[in-house]
Design a protein around this ligand. Structure first.
Ligand code: SF4
Length: 65
């Protein structure tokens, strides 16, 4: 589990659940960059955009805390 902070929330990523299909990277590529470190760059979108994208993760690998 890794956490990426954005204002008063954190994006939590569970690598074991991630299917690596890249939906997040296709839909919000300025934030989800699988080839970079850190691969989730929360500075590049609004909190609302990030929360919306996290809710679309099909495997449940992404969540908001
Ligand atoms: S949308 Fe979810 S399952 Fe798909 S690559 Fe992103 S984190 Fe992994």
């Amino acid at each position: 589990m890794k956490k990426y902070e954005k204002e008063d929330v954190s994006v939590v990523w569970n690598s074991e659940k991630c299917k690596h299909a890249g939906l997040c990277a296709r839909q919000l590529p300025q934030v989800f960059k699988p080839k970079e470190k850190p691969w989730i760059q929360t500075a590049n979108a609004t909190k609302a955009q990030i929360v919306e994208q996290v809710s679309k993760c099909p495997s449940g690998a992404l969540s908001i805390e």
